[in-house]
Design a protein around this ligand. Structure first.
Ligand SMILES: [Zn+2]
Length: 128
């Protein structure tokens, strides 16, 4: 494993954008079974992924990742919320503040409770 560590020293490695490219690659790989022309995109994607991973221009790769993260912040927030909804489905309920539409997580099964929104400080009652 030492040679690998030496080889990867000063190289960029994997980030969120790299993971995204890899998942896209897998999806395209499956699609290419049905649409052979998609395999061209597959090759391009995997070559670009490998290039990024072994790149020594760390700042450029970080800038690409920042760009990716800023472009996908909405969808990542949404997916994260869905994940948490599922994770806490037995103990918590997710609802939107009727005043400012902020998402709130409240304990489940407490009956009628008064909720104070942490972002707009308005109060409202809700059965949970
Ligand atoms: Zn609110």
């Amino acid at each position: 494993m030492n040679w690998l560590r030496n080889f990867m020293y000063g190289r960029y490695g994997v980030d969120q954008f790299g993971n995204f490219l890899f998942v896209t690659y897998i999806i395209l790989l499956v699609l290419s079974l049905f649409f052979p022309f998609v395999s061209v995109l597959c090759y391009a994607l995997i070559i670009y992924s490998i290039f990024r991973m072994f790149s020594k221009q760390i700042y450029k790769r970080q800038a690409e990742n920042e760009w990716f993260l800023s472009r996908t912040s909405g969808i990542r927030k949404f997916l994260n919320r869905q994940k948490n909804k599922w994770k806490y489905r037995k103990t918590h309920k997710y609802l939107k503040c009727p005043h400012c539409h902020q998402y709130l997580r409240v304990p489940k099964g407490k009956g009628e409770i008064t909720i104070t929104c942490p972002s707009c400080h308005q109060q409202f009652d809700k059965r949970t």
